[in-house]
Design a protein around this ligand. Structure first.
Ligand SMILES: NC(=O)c1ccc[n+]([C@@H]2O[C@H](COP(=O)([O-])OP(=O)(O)OC[C@H]3O[C@@H](n4cnc5c(N)ncnc54)[C@H](O)[C@@H]3O)[C@@H](O)[C@H]2O)c1
Length: 278
């Protein structure tokens, strides 16, 4: 995988680009908002310093020089793998993947970083379902080791194997997961956080007590409420609704407490207030 393409240079796309550049790949980025490009090209050197503490300034400059960002989708045309990391909106993703399926070279793999949409339906939109799969990175990609590798119904074995090798080249740990709502990590986390909210709603423990209990008694690095504050309450509610609507399983039913916080605009760290104040 000499050349990597990234569509969407936001929270996830920017750091996936950085991880690939740090693994010696040339990276072409396509992002529609020029300010986002400027912002993240300024931010990434700081992230890189945290990621590679032992590296010299010269090495870091070389890594950053491997990232080229533009607002022209044709810049992705000669990439060997393109990872789509645009907003979690189904029609947006389908339209973009359909366009990329036509523009990107024939034997390239297209991947999506979606957290909630079916890989197979996005694969169909791309027009190359055998060379398409989900590569689900975790936030922040510069720090988190796991990538869930999610083949769709028509993904070829060769595509899956190439993608696994690519993830390993990035220094990440691939775990192959069957296509299912929430994959593995979000499926388990959502169920646990919903249960945590139910305890608070029933007056059994406070937000802080539940967080302390899970941290000190179960070895969680962050309690469930601190974690949801970090992810964003709106993002978490979307994950909950999506898994619940696909499975109909009550353990994923979006808690009233969560909906009320989101309605009030208390979205977590990004708005300086969620379950906690920042
Ligand atoms: N944020 C997380 O914690 C997280 C974790 C895992 C997976 N994901 C998934 O990653 C994807 C991206 O999420 P994010 O948090 O980085 O979102 P984000 O909003 O930070 O970034 C998305 C970027 O895509 C750009 N964009 C929108 N339309 C575009 C287009 N047509 N062409 C090119 N760029 C376009 C936007 O300008 C924005 O910069 C989503 O599918 C999300 O579900 C997010």
């Amino acid at each position: 995988m000499a050349k990597v393409g990234i569509a969407g240079f936001g929270t996830m796309g920017s750091e996936i680009a950085l991880v690939a550049a740090a693994a010696d790949c040339e990276v072409n980025v396509y992002e529609i908002v020029p300010e986002v490009i400027e912002h993240n090209l300024r931010r990434l050197p700081k992230v890189l310093r945290m990621m590679k503490r032992e590296s010299s300034e010269e090495e870091r400059t070389k890594v950053m020089a491997r990232i080229e960002a533009s607002s022209d989708p044709s810049s992705l045309a000669d990439c060997d793998i393109v990872i789509e990391a645009v907003l979690e909106k189904l029609e947006l993703k389908k339209d973009l993947l359909s366009q990329l399926g036509k523009e990107v070279k024939e034997d390239a793999i297209l991947a999506t970083n979606t957290s909630s949409f079916g890989v197979t339906q996005l694969a169909s939109a791309s027009g190359r379902p055998d060379r398409f799969l989900g590569l689900h990175f975790f936030n922040p990609p510069s720090q988190m080791q796991l990538v869930e590798v999610v083949p769709g119904l028509l993904t070829s074995e060769a595509t899956r194997d190439t993608a696994i090798a690519f993830v390993e080249k990035l220094g990440k740990k691939p775990v192959v997961v069957k296509e299912t709502p929430g994959f593995v990590v979000n499926r388990v986390l959502v169920a646990m956080a919903v249960e945590a909210m139910s305890l608070v709603e029933h007056g059994i423990a406070t937000v802080k007590e539940v967080d302390d209990a899970l941290r000190l008694g179960a070895g969680w690095p962050l309690g469930p409420f601190k974690l949801v504050d970090l992810v964003g309450l709106d993002v978490f509610l979307h994950a909950c609704e999506s898994i619940y609507s696909e499975t109909g399983d009550s353990k994923f039913h979006p808690p009233l407490m969560l909906k009320r916080y989101v309605s009030a605009g208390l979205l977590g760290r990004k708005t300086r207030r969620g379950f906690y104040q920042y």
